[in-house]
Design a protein around this ligand. Structure first.
Ligand SMILES: Nc1ncnc2c1ncn2[C@@H]1O[C@H](COP(=O)(O)OP(=O)(O)OP(=O)(O)O)[C@@H](O)[C@H]1O
Ligand SMILES: CC(C)(CO)[C@@H](O)C(=O)NCCC(=O)O
Ligand SMILES: [K+]
Length: 244
């Protein structure tokens, strides 16, 4: 059994794999993480492997508890990776971005790949066909855009994701909707177009909590997988263990 844990900025997600197939997906929080995993491994006789990616605050105590539950691999900036990290500040690169780049490299070999993670933040990561990672981009996610318009102004209400709106918003609410949603879609299209100019056969992977909303609204053809980070953890675990 392999348990993949993704501690994000907002949510914590767990995937349980058995015989290389996904058995269970759990959305939890850091307080309930140990209890949830203990439940999964109750009565399991074979060894339990755990791989952890965290960009959130996971307490040392929780990490110690995870070590008691199975063989724990925590992804760090020293982890053995399938790509060459050419980021100029490699030790500040987000662990989630490292895992996504690893997953894209392993799942889609010998091609240029762009991973777009639309969660709390939107991250763009490009890995070329020679498995070199140079970097990408970070921008505010959809939720963050709504929240910051409300937080940093006197008059703007807090809107939330809804159906797509015309470019010309004719009220405060529809103006915000146009700015946030049409803005995010235009941004994502621009990044995809930028890399497609370099390679028209570019592989684009879209993931994160907002990927399902976005996938039908983008004109480019993409692989949408809301759980690509968890799948990437599984692939990275296989990669690490088989090269040990
Ligand atoms: N069931 C859900 N619970 C919470 N957010 C959800 C849910 N489904 C979709 N979302 C959307 O997903 C976004 C959060 O994305 P995601 O879960 O990828 O963030 P996260 O846990 O912070 O992970 P990351 O830090 O990797 O972005 C929110 O903006 C929200 O609109
Ligand atoms: C950008 C986030 C917050 C996205 O989760 C994360 O990847 C992170 O904390 N990154 C560190 C900065 C960087 O990636 O260069
Ligand atoms: K993200």
């Amino acid at each position: 059994m392999i348990i993949c844990i993704d501690v994000g900025n907002t949510r914590t997600k767990v995937a349980v794999y058995e015989n290389s197939t996904l058995q269970q997906l759990i959305i939890t929080n850091n307080e309930k993480l140990i209890k949830n995993i203990s439940k999964q491994i109750q009565g399991i006789e074979n060894c339990v492997d755990i791989i952890l990616s965290s960009v959130g605050d996971l307490s040392l105590e929780t990490i110690e508890d995870l070590k008691k539950l199975g063989n724990l691999i925590t992804v760090t900036h020293e982890t053995f990776l399938p790509f060459k990290n050419l980021y100029s500040t490699p030790t500040t690169l987000g662990i989630d971005r490292i895992v996504l780049a690893a997953g894209a490299t392993l799942k889609y070999p010998n091609q240029n790949r762009l991973v777009i993670d639309a969660g709390t933040c939107i991250t763009y990561d490009f890995i070329n066909s020679s498995n070199q990672y140079h970097g990408g981009a970070i921008s505010p996610g959809i939720g963050l855009r709504y929240k910051s318009l409300n937080d940093y102004t006197a008059n703007l209400p807090l809107e939330k994701i809804s159906e797509l709106h015309p470019f010309v918003g004719n009220s405060t609410a529809t103006s915000i909707q146009s700015g946030v949603l049409n803005g995010v879609i235009a941004e994502i299209e621009a990044f995809i177009d930028h890399f497609k100019h370099l390679d028209e056969n570019l592989t684009v992977i879209l993931t994160g909590g907002n990927s399902e909303f976005l996938v039908n609204r983008l004109k480019n053809s993409i692989f949408a997988n809301p759980n690509f980070l968890l799948e990437s953890l599984f692939l990275l675990h296989q990669h690490i263990v088989s090269n040990d």
